[in-house]
Write a protein that binds this ligand. Structure first.
Ligand code: HEM
Length: 505
């Protein structure tokens, strides 16, 4: 607890055992309150300190320093702090997010060609099929008299499960017809951080990973591991035996396994303002031979990273549209115009790129409600941090946090930050946005590999939903919303209860 005092860095006064995480243990604050509390404690400092239980961590407030460490000095800050070892969670440890050093570089370079604009264009067909089919199912049900009141988080999970199942695993699920399918059951289990058992595990893994490793505590249920193992092994075997091509992620991973996937530079490759660029590391050629288990871990992380984040964005976007009917109407006008232009034809990848206002609304949702409100990096080479005539040594194994949420809500970077205003991202205004202060998909070579996929997915689903429905509040809608007092997830306390009212055109 003397770590920061010795370095002359101001720090959040730690409490015995819990450090700066009392709110996590007592469940008295949510993730945003935690980030804001630490961010606002030393408003005039570029760097401060906090404690993950007994583990000191730097908190970098200054965007230029963040950029310096996460981009320019990437070699010294390449990894995330590993709280899950290979013993505790083989799938996490072998997946891109958990990999470290050279292994991470090789895997990133192997996978990044699967996430370029041209690959997204091919995958869009699968996404579009699910989006349009599911909206039609919902429409038919409501038109036949089914209840039009939904809890939007639960509702959007059905879309994201079906899309990730078809795009990452090559499996059609149809969660609106069969709500209790295995994917949904497993996903719900994997992302349920609310139970006391899970809270204890989280405290253990965050605060005392070495102890958890000694005790051989597993993070995820073994049923989950078996489920992914069976699904992926079976799919890979069938694909290889029957030489089926489907342009989904399993296809791309198999191409990568056989060394046939290479990064292709593209002329214009923006899938929206929030798109992040791939670094040179991701564009290298690699010769590593990957095992089926390595591939399985990647499918797993696509599932894990791409399911909860996307359904969260969808829920927050629906909430903002309910609060701001004029914005909802303007977005529907754009969608209706596109629909008229299509004259009954299929929506294409290029059409989605043309939905400018959709991009503005989504960018603003990601600013107001970034699904990853805080991200971290771990020091992989001793580093002397110099700023404001100070010199602070950061040793290997120490990590720093980037307060994404607080940057997005700092009035110096986003005037009137609590106002939902898509106009910030208009052609005219977006040039005023500092790229180092807008980080919904992270920063530097370790940014979100699935960013294009995520943007495309949300836009496609909202296209079909808003074409057919108005989102309206009901007596059960919690306004203003409150977040659940849980620092492991970023969710509404009571969900988002609302009505999908069929549009009369
Ligand atoms: C709106 C939805 C999403 C958001 C806001 C989001 C955000 C993020 C953020 C903030 C990071 C950490 C970046 C950093 O540390 O600089 C990350 C990493 C990652 N995301 Fe996403 N993500 C989303 C959707 C997805 C999807 C759909 C996929 C996969 C299909 C995905 C796959 C990953 C992976 C594999 C990583 C680890 C990258 C690495 O370590 O090299 N994400 N994401």
């Amino acid at each position: 607890f003397d770590y920061f005092r010795a370095k002359g860095v101001p720090f959040n006064k730690p409490r015995f055992f819990v450090g700066s995480r009392l709110g996590m243990v007592l469940k008295t604050s949510n993730m945003i309150e935690f980030v804001e509390e630490i961010y606002n404690e030393f408003r005039n400092e570029k760097v401060s300190g906090m404690f993950e239980f007994n583990h000191p961590a730097f908190f970098i407030r200054d965007p230029e320093l963040i950029k310096k460490l996460a981009v320019k000095e990437f070699d010294s800050f390449m990894d995330h702090r590993l709280v899950l070892s290979e013993d505790a969670e083989p799938l996490f440890a072998k997946a891109l997010f958990g990999l470290t050093g050279q292994k991470w570089k090789d895997m990133r370079a192997t996978l990044s060609p699967a996430f370029t604009g041209s690959k997204m264009r091919l995958m869009f067909k699968l996404m579009n099929e699910v989006g349009s089919k599911m909206s039609k199912t919902v429409c038919d049900k409501i038109n036949k008299g089914a209840d039009n009141k939904v809890e939007f988080k639960e509702f959007s999970r059905k879309f994201t499960i079906d899309i990730i199942a078809t795009c990452a695993f090559g499996i059609e699920v149809n969660s609106f017809e069969n709500a209790n399918n295995d994917f949904m059951r497993i996903a719900t289990k994997a992302t349920n951080f609310n139970s006391s058992g899970m809270l204890l595990k989280l405290i253990g893994f965050f605060g005392f990973p070495w102890l958890m490793s000694r005790l051989r505590v597993k993070f995820l249920d073994s049923e989950l591991y078996d489920f992914f193992d069976n699904v992926i092994t079976e799919t890979i075997n069938t694909r290889e035996r029957k030489e089926i091509t489907r342009n989904d992620m399993i296809d791309l991973l198999l191409q990568a396994k056989h060394g046939k996937l290479e990064y292709q530079e593209e002329k214009s490759s923006s899938d929206g303002f929030a798109t992040v660029e791939e670094s040179q590391i991701g564009k290298q050629k690699v010769k590593t031979v990957w095992s089926n288990q390595d591939l399985m871990a990647q499918c797993f992380i696509f599932f894990f990273a791409g399911f909860e984040t996307v359904s969260n964005v969808m829920t927050f976007m629906a909430y903002e549209l309910i609060l701001n009917p004029d914005i909802q109407k303007k977005l529907q006008d754009e969608i209706d115009a596109m629909n008229a232009e299509l004259k009954g034809g299929d929506l294409t990848y290029e059409d989605v790129q043309k939905l400018k206002y959709m991009d503005m609304v989504l960018c603003e949702t990601l600013r107001m409600w970034p699904p990853a409100p805080i991200i971290d990096r771990m020091c992989t080479k001793d580093f002397l941090l110099e700023y404001d005539n100070k010199k602070v040594q950061i040793e290997v194994g120490r990590n720093f946090y980037i307060p994404v949420y607080s940057l997005h809500h700092n009035e110096n970077y986003f005037p009137n930050p609590n106002r939902f205003d898509p106009e910030r991202f208009s052609d005219e205004n977006k040039k005023n946005i500092r790229q180092d202060c807008y980080l919904p998909f992270g920063i530097g070579p370790r940014n979100c590999i699935g960013n294009r996929f995520a943007l495309l997915e949300v836009k496609t689903i909202f296209y079909y939903l808003l074409l057919n429905f108005n989102f309206e509040a009901t007596k059960d809608t919690q306004i203003p919303i409150k977040l659940a007092n849980n620092q492991a997830t970023f969710q509404f306390e009571k969900g988002l209860h609302c009505a999908l009212v069929p549009r009369t055109k």
